[in-house]
Ligand binder design. Structure first.
Ligand SMILES: NC(=O)c1ccc[n+]([C@@H]2O[C@H](COP(=O)([O-])OP(=O)(O)OC[C@H]3O[C@@H](n4cnc5c(N)ncnc54)[C@H](O)[C@@H]3O)[C@@H](O)[C@H]2O)c1
Ligand SMILES: N[C@H](CO)Cc1c[nH]c[nH+]1
Ligand SMILES: [Zn+2]
Length: 430
């Protein structure tokens, strides 16, 4: 963990290094991922068999090894504990309600020149959803991917998810049942993303790939953008907590560890204006690390990518630091989170006040937990219904309308040195 203070003479240099570390982490896996994508493109299902054996310790032989049936998902739903079923149902209901409100409206109108204009939204034909499953299983990510895809009206939805040593997680299957998913492939990592993009004998290609994953998965999506659409680059989790000294240090320590436990390359940062509080949070983290079943991963993450930044004035100094970090999650554990939120331009999702731990957003709040990482909140947003849709514009002119705007088009066509363009308009003006 790094300790920084804005009063240190070398703060600017050290902070810049912290910001840039995210980009360097991405490029570490780029070469290996390129290799995996090429191998799956040429080797198809055989390549999937090899990689699944190597990385998940699992043999894909029979049809049942490859794909999970909807009957198994329904069975899993019946067999999980009643409180788990209720929690999944509640999460699904809240996620659905939030995403239904995102459905866009088609436009169709005639402007002052008499030109008919508009745009029609349609779902993509096929979406591939990545549900992570290497270190932990993510039924919540299944819901976060599948519900907006369903709301958008996507006809074919294919899920890929790794099943280490062949063990399918019952809650992931139950979540698939809740979301009405009937195509689940037991493959993960960059190779699964490649299979969705290029297609193999077994897995038909999709038009868009969404969902979170580790550095390999995130980099595979990034490299395949253009072959398919993607939502955004949603890699190893990040949390940036802004907390004053009036918080319980144990709460803030737990919040920081909640994202550190995802991945050794996750990032957790605290900004505070109270040096004593910073020390208490740091001590609490050390204590809590020893109590977590995920302690090893969380410790690796906190040691390598954790940071505590002490500022002298939160309102004056935090906004610039927050905007440069452009973190996936920003928690504001202060008295007046609203006023700080107004100054935040770059963040995947913001959590307002001391009673809004980020973990609530991971599961049940409603907004999507698939969010941009690696400072990409500067230009990307969380997964939404729109990521499963595209828009086609339309234009309609009659004789009167073409006389109103046609001459200007012909003038610009001549000016661009494109006479055939000009002629196609001018012939209709005669
Ligand atoms: N940004 C978001 O919205 C968001 C949301 C949820 C989870 N996440 C992130 O998802 C990730 C889940 O990671 P995970 O590892 O548990 O599951 P995962 O499914 O993302 O990755 C597991 C796969 O990674 C591949 N892999 C592992 N080691 C490899 C290696 N050395 N070389 C090549 N491939 C390798 C394997 O194919 C394995 O099946 C975490 O980083 C977590 O922070 C992000
Ligand atoms: N925090 C993750 C997004 O970075 C989402 C998640 C799922 N389960 C637990 N957490
Ligand atoms: Zn989380």
């Amino acid at each position: 963990m790094k300790q920084l203070s804005t009063s240190d003479p070398d703060f600017a240099k050290r902070f810049t290094r912290l910001v840039e570390a995210r980009r360097e982490a991405d490029s570490d896996v780029a070469g290996q991922v390129l290799d995996i994508l090429r191998t799956v493109r040429t080797g198809g299902d055989n390549a999937l068999v090899q990689y699944t054996q190597r990385y998940d310790g699992y043999s894909l032989v029979e049809d049942d090894d490859w794909r999970v049936s909807p009957e198994r998902c329904a069975e899993a739903y019946e067999q999980i504990a009643p409180e788990e079923r209720e929690a999944l149902d509640l999460a699904a209901r809240r996620i659905r309600a939030y995403h239904e409100a995102q459905l866009p409206e088609n436009r169709d109108y005639t402007d002052d020149d008499g030109v008919r204009l508009g745009a029609t939204w349609r779902p993509v034909d096929a979406a591939g959803l990545y549900v992570p499953g290497g270190r932990a299983a993510y039924p919540s990510s299944l819901l976060m991917n599948a519900i907006p895809a369903r709301v958008a009206g996507v006809e074919r939805i294919a899920v890929v998810t790794p099943t280490p040593r062949g063990n399918s997680n019952p809650l992931v299957l139950a979540a698939a049942h809740v979301a009405g998913i009937d195509e689940i492939w037991r493959v993960g990592g960059a190779q699964a993303v490649a299979a969705l993009a290029y297609g193999t004998d077994r897995i038909a290609p999709v038009d868009v790939i969404t969902g979170p994953g580790n550095a390999y998965v995130a980099e595979a999506k990034r490299q395949l953008y253009g072959v398919v659409g993607i939502d955004m680059v949603a890699g190893p989790s990040e949390i940036l907590v802004v907390a004053d000294g009036r918080n319980d240090p144990d709460w803030i320590a737990a919040d920081l560890l909640s994202q550190a436990e995802h991945d050794p390359t996750s990032q957790s940062i605290l900004i505070t204006d109270d040096e004593g509080f910073a020390a208490m949070v740091s001590d609490s983290i050390d204590l809590q690390l020893g109590q977590l079943s995920t302690g090893k991963t969380a410790k690796a993450s906190w040691d390598a990518n954790g940071a505590i930044i002490v500022v002298s004035d939160i309102a004056g100094e935090a906004p610039e630091l927050i905007n440069r970090l452009a973190a996936e999650h920003v928690e504001l554990a202060i008295d007046d989170p609203e006023s700080l939120m107004r100054d935040i331009r770059h963040a995947g999702s913001i959590f307002l006040g001391r009673m809004t731990p980020e973990a609530l957003g991971d599961y049940v709040a409603g907004p999507n937990h698939v969010l941009p990482t690696g400072r990409r909140a500067r230009f990307s947003s969380g997964l939404s219904v729109l990521d499963f849709m595209k828009r086609t514009s339309f234009i309609g002119l009659d004789d009167k309308a073409i006389r109103a705007i046609g001459p200007a088009a012909a003038t610009l066509a001549h000016a661009e040195g494109l006479p055939a363009h000009a002629k196609s308009v001018e012939l209709r003006l005669k």
